[in-house]
Design a protein around this ligand. Structure first.
Ligand SMILES: Nc1ncnc2c1ncn2[C@@H]1O[C@H](COP(=O)(O)OP(=O)(O)OP(=O)(O)O)[C@@H](O)[C@H]1O
Length: 495
């Protein structure tokens, strides 16, 4: 008969602390404190030293258990078994952090084809030696990869350390793993598809970046026969900007069509829902711009998990997750009957609010430095602190410290590009631009050289620079918002 191990009080306290750390949100405030307790070091030391201390402490306990021939699940029972199981998982995950990071980076470079996982056999072998069944070992290998990937993309995809950004990261982590990772591990690891996420926030606040972090962090099973994960995470995220398509084209883009379904349908076409991998994420951007008939079709997909390509009765299954975003006031649209309540409730298992850049800068002046470092690194490779300070000074000189950044991070990116090219950036002046666009319009009318399209486009632009939103222009002109947006974009590109 197997001997059963009982842990002493000191080990029990240690194991409990490890369990708390294992289940804590890594973007929450508590995790570092718990790691410091496990590692027996002071909080606030560098992340690398903290990790080394944690791994070292746990390794010592595991070695001691191995010496007593007790480092296998079969020797444990009840609560002690659960505590030992968590310590082993925590230990193995942290031992292979660098392997998983390398895999993520390789996968980013190689794109669509899933990369080989040279260390997979080692991890599976270690899990087996600690007493995990084969199917559990395979699942934990996939969960380890998912945890590390999610950490990577949530940390690096969204720059900023203000309190509202920290809250956002914590929230995104919960979108991927639920608020209690124990639930995730035991029940939801392959069932997150039923939890749609709605991202709300002004233009340029990073809704696309947040969606991509969630989309690249899904569970992907490991395929032993190919020694790789069944999909590349780059294939697991497919995005569409719904406001770019007219209603007819949009249905084909989403659901695909069959050859001959309409004039011009020369071949079968696979839509976005067919292209989404089984555990993948579809990002429906600008969901607030979608017409009521398309809302009904999307609602059906979310409810029944089935859809038909245009011109076909074939029922296809969709087993991915939906993340949607809009910068439009959904409450207002719902009140006006332009956004269906049933569709809204299907979309919002979780609603994530993206903070404005203005709020972030008010909370933490350091935010601007962090964003500038990241934007400049993306545009110019490594820049010196002095060069970064020059850019910052121009921003302050030309825009002033109180600038509201209505276009948020996207506007900041454009301002930095302008500074690189021209050495300055301009504060948009509504008064001047109204005059400029109205002058252009009047000149065109006087000269009699405007066709109907340009007349409408310039008038829309003039109203837009006066009132600032597509909605208001659409209301005044009694036009649909999408049409207004199209006219304004065409007028901007002709300037
Ligand atoms: N926190 C952030 N850190 C780094 N880059 C960011 C952040 N937020 C936004 N960006 C960058 O700003 C640009 C705009 O972001 P994104 O497209 O995600 O905004 P959005 O909220 O989806 O805008 P829209 O509503 O207009 O579609 C992108 O280049 C993105 O990488």
């Amino acid at each position: 008969m197997n001997k059963k191990i009982k842990i002493n009080q000191e080990d029990r306290v240690f194991f409990e602390t490890v369990a708390k750390a294992a289940f804590a949100n890594p973007f929450g405030g508590k995790r570092d404190e718990l790691d410091a307790l496990i590692g027996g070091v002071k909080a606030g030391i560098s992340p690398e030293k903290l990790l080394a201390a944690v791994v070292g402490q746990i390794r010592q306990r595991i070695i001691a258990l191995k010496e007593k021939d007790a480092a296998n699940l079969r020797h444990w029972e009840g609560e002690d078994r659960e505590a030992f199981r968590i310590v082993v998982l925590f230990h193995l995950f942290h031992r292979h952090l660098e392997d998983f990071d390398r895999l993520t980076q390789n996968q980013l470079k190689s794109g669509e084809a899933s990369c080989p996982v040279p260390f997979a056999r080692t991890v599976l072998g270690e899990l087996h030696d600690f007493g995990f069944a084969e199917h559990e070992a395979l699942r934990f290998l996939a969960v380890f990869y998912q945890l590390r990937r999610a950490f990577y993309f949530i940390k690096n995809g969204l720059v900023g350390n203000s309190p509202s950004m920290r809250t956002l990261r914590k929230h995104l982590w919960n979108c991927v793993f639920t608020h209690d990772i124990r639930w995730f591990e035991s029940r939801f690891w392959d069932r997150m598809e039923d939890f749609s996420v709605l991202l709300l926030g002004a233009t340029g606040t990073g809704k696309g970046a947040a969606a991509s972090a969630i989309g690249r962090s899904g569970f992907i099973p490991f395929d032993v026969s190919r020694n790789c994960f069944s999909e590349s995470f780059t294939r697991n995220f497919v995005a569409i900007n719904l406001s770019q398509f007219s209603e007819g084209v949009l249905e084909s883009e989403l659901f695909g069509h069959r050859k001959g379904a309409f004039t011009g349908a020369m071949d079968n076409y696979e839509g976005l829902f067919s292209r989404c991998a089984p555990h993948g994420v579809i990002f429906l951007d600008e969901i607030g711009d979608v017409s009521l008939p398309v809302q009904i079709k999307l609602l059906q997909v979310l409810q029944e998990r089935q859809f038909s390509p245009v011109g076909s009765h074939e029922r296809k299954r969709f087993s991915g997750r939906v993340v949607a975003a809009t910068n439009r006031p959904l409450e207002e649209l719902r009140r006006e009957g332009k956004f269906r309540d049933d569709f809204y409730y299907r979309l919002c298992s979780d609603v994530v609010h993206l903070p404005s850049l203005r709020q972030r800068l008010q909370e933490s002046p350091q935010e601007l430095d962090l964003l500038l470092t990241s934007i400049l690194a993306r545009l110019a490779g490594n820049v010196t602190p002095r060069e970064q300070q020059l850019v910052k000074k121009v921003l302050e000189r030309d825009l002033g410290g109180d600038y509201a950044w209505p276009g948020n991070v996207r506007e900041l990116e454009q301002a930095v590009k302008r500074i690189i090219i021209t050495g300055r950036c301009q504060r948009p002046d509504n008064g001047q631009s109204v005059k400029k666009s109205s002058d252009l319009l009047v000149d065109g009318i006087k000269e009699g050289n405007l066709d109907a399209e340009s007349l409408l486009a310039q008038y829309c632009s003039m109203l837009y620079s006066r009132y600032g939103t597509y909605e208001e222009v659409a209301r005044r002109m009694k036009l649909d918002r999408r049409t207004v947006k199209k006219y304004i974009s065409s007028s901007d590109s002709n300037e």
